[in-house]
Every structure is written in structure tokens, then in C-alpha cells.
Design a protein around this ligand. Structure first.
Ligand code: FAD
Length: 333
């Protein structure tokens, strides 16, 4: 394997790759091209099929290194960290990126601490400093009020996790070719102190607004919990799900898994309808890359209107019932 390369760590769900694996390749591709180094995607797991590994190349990786064995079934920080730390020591990449998912957020800090490398968590932008080739790692700081750009001039590798959904994967190109190297698992990597007894799915809150194509989101302008039934009707007409601003969640009008924004989820639906939401930067951070943005707000100065593709300036309690009635009519035609 090439030394001094740029690595992205792929993430698996069972034997299949999660979409975030491709998002970080899209990030890494730009940086690797700027640096003129190869982009290698690292896949750690069990029973990973060759076609899955090929998809990493089709989405922009130059090559793939996979460590695949039964002991790696299901994510487990200590053993995965042993694998990744050893590979980094052996092949000395200059940059290692992973998605800031639950797994990425526990694996990369564990590895960074052992390598004394430092880590910038949950970056929203990454770039290369022209003069030095250092990685510029940008993330919101001080309560989201500023964007801080962090450099790691001395320690290597430079490590960062990247906010899921903050970028789109590159289009799949089945003609792309690259080497897939299978690296043998070493018995001493298996941390036997930790044993996985089982997994229990959270059946209480199955909602995944990040997978939704249409989101109808409500904010403080909804005035009270009961009024969210209006949004539910609109979402039902459109086949969408409910999102919310933090103000609505903090007032317990709706539960936290619905929250969109800096301290909630980042979403990229085809259609995002923001109702009674002002468009604070922390909210925009979670939805500004949506396909079409529609805003319903009575304040013509509301910042959300600046990024909206369509805006309805008016009282939501008049607009929503008319919109719902109109959609019903259309459906019945
Ligand atoms: C560290 C940090 C993290 C944060 N994280 C998040 C986050 O993840 N997500 C998030 O959303 N916020 C977040 N915030 C909070 C954010 O700064 C805003 O306070 C919040 O987004 C505002 O919510 P809102 O737009 O619902 O309320 P407001 O800003 O109060 O806006 C309400 C809007 O409703 C409109 N309105 C009122 N009545 C009507 C009506 N009858 N008809 C039509 N329009 C009406 C008003 O004109 C106004 O524009 C965070 C803040 C900090 C400091």
C-alpha cells in the first residue's frame, strides 16, 4: 500500500456499506487531488463482499484496503482501534478521515489518542493550505457562533471526522478501476476484554428524517403542540415526515429525533418546507443543502426567505389549511 496517502474509513452495517462511506470519499477525493496523493478507502468488518468494496472505487477511491474476519463482526471500538492504529503505524497515511457517526466519533478519537495525533471532530469543511499542504479543518465552535479552522502542523496523521450529510457522494462510475488489497487480521488485534452480547433495536423512535425525501418542518411560529397536527396533515398529503426547529423541540411540542440543525440532524431531502421557522444559522446548518426549500413565514425579513426557492409571506394558520385543501383536491381529481 502507498505511504503518505489520504485515507477514508468506510463504515459497514452488517456486510453492507453505509452511505457516509461514499460521502467522505467525495470529501477526500478533492483533497487527495490537491495534494497529488492516492485516496485509499479502509474497510474493516466481517463478510464484506467484493462488489461492496468495488463500489468504494466506483465512488472515487483509488484503491481499497480491507481487513475482514469473524472477530470484526459488528463495530467494537477496542478491536477496530487496534486494527486501524496498526495499519496507520505501518503505512503512515498523511490524512485519515471518517464520518462523524456514532462509530466514527468513537473510533477516530481512540486511534488519535493512541497515536498522539490530535483530531478535529464533526468538520463541516475541509481544505488544503496551499503553502504547507496542511489539512484545514473547519467546524462550528463556541456554541455554533463562529466557524473555527484548525490545523495540525506537526503531528501525523492529520485526523478529522466529517459531519454526515454535509456533502453528497460522487456519482457512481462503474468504469473506475482500482486495487483491492485484503490485509490479514492479526490475532493480537482482537481485544477479548470486550464481548458483544447482542444488539437491541430502538423500536420506540423509528423515525429517520435523514432518509426522508420530503420534510415538513415547524418552528416557534406553530405556537403550540396541537398545531403540529396541521404539519402532519400536510406531510401526509405529500408523503413526507415532520422536522422541527430547536425552539419547537425545547418547548416539547415534538421529540428530539425530529430536530434539524447544528445540534440536531443534517438533512438533504428533495423538498424541505419550513413553516414558522426564522432561519437561524444553526437551523440552516442542518437543511441548507436540501433540493427545494419552501418557506412559510409572516415576516418578510426572516432570514429563511433568503435561501428559500419559494416563499409564502403570510400567516401560516391561513396558508396551511388552504395548501392542505388544495393538495387534497388535486389528489381527488
Ligand atoms: C449551539 C446552538 C445550537 C443550536 N442548534 C439548533 C438546531 O439544531 N436547530 C435549530 O433549529 N436551532 C438551533 N439553535 C437555535 C437557533 O439559534 C434558533 O434559536 C432557532 O432555530 C429558532 O427557532 P425558530 O425559527 O423556530 O424560532 P424563531 O426564531 O422564534 O422564529 C419563529 C418564526 O416564526 C414566524 N412566525 C410566527 N408566527 C407566525 C405565523 N402565524 N405565520 C407565519 N410565520 C410565523 C416568525 O416570523 C419567525 O420567523 C441552536 C442554537 C445554539 C446557540
Amino acid at each position: 500500500m502507498h505511504k503518505q496517502a489520504l485515507w477514508t474509513v468506510a463504515e459497514l452495517e452488517g456486510a453492507h456499506l453505509r452511505d457516509t462511506s461514499f460521502e467522505i470519499i467525495a470529501r477526500g477525493r478533492r483533497l487527495a487531488d490537491k495534494l497529488g496523493v492516492p485516496l485509499i478507502s479502509i474497510a474493516i468488518g466481517s463478510g464484506i463482499e467484493e462488489v461492496e468494496l468495488q463500489r468504494l472505487i466506483h465512488h472515487g477511491a483509488d484503491s481499497v484496503a480491507a481487513v475482514d474476519t469473524g472477530a470484526l463482526q459488528g463495530y467494537q471500538t477496542e478491536t477496530y482501534s487496534n486494527v486501524l492504529t496498526s495499519l496507520i503505524e505501518r503505512y503512515e497515511p498523511q490524512i485519515v478521515l471518517a464520518a462523524a457517526t456514532v462509530n466514527g466519533r468513537s473510533l477516530l478519537p481512540h486511534v488519535a489518542m493512541r497515536l498522539r495525533a490530535g483530531l478535529t471532530a464533526d468538520c463541516t469543511e475541509l481544505d488544503i493550505e496551499e503553502e504547507t499542504g496542511n489539512l484545514l479543518q473547519t467546524r462550528p465552535a463556541i456554541g455554533g457562533n463562529i466557524l473555527a479552522t484548525i490545523k495540525t502542523p506537526e503531528a501525523r496523521p492529520q485526523m478529522a471526522t466529517v459531519r454526515p450529510r454535509s456533502t453528497l457522494p460522487l456519482p457512481e462510475d462503474p468504469k473506475r478501476r482500482g486495487e483491492i488489497e485484503r490485509i490479514p487480521f492479526e490475532a493480537q488485534w482482537h481485544d477479548r476484554r470486550v464481548k458483544k452480547l447482542g444488539m437491541k433495536e430502538n423500536t420506540v423512535e423509528q423515525l429517520n428524517i435523514q432518509a426522508a425525501e420530503i420534510i415538513v418542518a415547524g418552528g416557534r411560529g406553530m405556537k403550540k403542540k396541537e398545531n403540529f397536527s396541521l404539519l402532519e396533515k400536510l406531510a401526509a398529503e405529500l408523503g413526507g415526515v415532520i422536522g422541527a426547529s430547536r425552539e419547537a423541540v425545547d418547548r416539547a411540542w415534538i421529540s428530539y429525533p425530529h430536530q434539524v440543525g447544528l445540534s440536531g440532524k443534517t438533512v438533504v431531502p428533495a423538498l424541505y418546507i419550513a413553516v414558522g421557522i426564522s432561519g437561524a444559522i444553526q437551523h440552516l446548518a442542518g437543511m441548507k443543502t436540501a433540493g427545494e426549500i419552501v418557506a412559510i413565514n409572516r415576516d418578510p425579513q426572516a432570514p429563511i426567505l433568503e435561501i428559500a426557492d419559494f416563499a409564502v409571506v403570510g400567516d401560516l394558520f391561513q396558508v396551511l389549511p388552504r395548501l392542505i385543501a388544495r393538495l387534497r383536491e388535486e389528489r381527488q381529481l
